[in-house]
Design a protein around this ligand. Structure first.
Ligand SMILES: [Zn+2]
Ligand SMILES: [Zn+2]
Length: 165
C-alpha cells in the first residue's frame, strides 16, 4: 500500500483523501494478507499527513500449545502521523512514518507492526487445543499416545512418593 501524496501535501490543512484497500494493494511481506478488505483516510495536517487505516488482515501464527501454524484474523484500527523527510530531525528518524523525497507514503511497515502487536500473547489454534504430549512430543489433537497410561517418567514417580508421605 503505497500512495503518492504530493498533491495532498500541497493541499490546505484539513484536506482529506479516502481510499479503499484491495487485496492487490498489499505488498507486505507475503505472510500478511488482507482479509475482508479495508480503507484508509489520509488527512493533511500542519506537519504532515495523518493516516487512519481500518483493515482486517489474516496472518499466520504458531499455536502456543501444539506449535501448529494457523491463520489469525485481526481487525486493525491504526492512526499514525507521517512526516516529510525534509521536515524531521535527522537524528530523530522513525523510518516507518516517513514520507520519502518522492512524496511516497508507504503503509506497509505500519500495518506489519500493528499486525504483530495485535497477535495474542499465547496464540491458540483453537480454545480446546490439547497441545503436545510431554513424553513423546505427539500432537494430542491428532494422535492418541499412551504415555500417560504407562507413565514411567521418574520425575512423576518422585512426586507421587511425596504425595503419599
Ligand atoms: Zn494448537
Ligand atoms: Zn505421548
Amino acid at each position: 500500500m503505497i500512495f503518492n501524496v504530493s498533491q495532498l501535501l500541497s493541499d490546505p490543512v484539513g484536506s482529506v483523501r479516502t481510499y479503499s484497500l484491495n487485496i492487490e494493494d498489499i505488498a507486505l511481506d507475503s505472510e500478511i494478507e488482507l482479509g475482508s478488505g479495508g480503507s484508509t483516510t489520509l488527512l493533511r495536517t500542519h506537519q504532515g499527513i495523518l493516516a487512519r487505516i481500518n483493515a482486517s488482515v489474516d496472518t499466520p501464527a504458531s499455536c502456543s500449545r501444539c506449535l501448529n501454524i494457523y491463520s489469525v484474523s485481526l481487525d486493525l484500527d491504526i492512526e499514525e502521523e507521517f512526516f516529510r523527510k525534509s521536515d524531521i530531525d535527522e537524528n530523530d528518524e522513525f523510518d516507518e512514518t516517513i514520507i520519502d523525497d518522492d512524496n511516497i507514503l508507504d503503509l506497509n511497515e505500519i500495518i506489519r507492526q500493528y499486525t504483530i502487536a495485535g497477535l495474542p500473547m499465547k496464540p491458540l489454534c483453537e480454545t480446546g487445543c490439547m497441545g503436545l504430549c510431554y513424553a513423546c512430543g505427539g500432537n494430542l489433537n491428532k494422535v492418541q499416545c499412551h504415555c500417560s497410561e504407562n507413565n514411567i517418567d521418574p520425575r512423576w514417580s518422585i512426586l507421587s512418593h511425596l504425595a503419599q508421605d
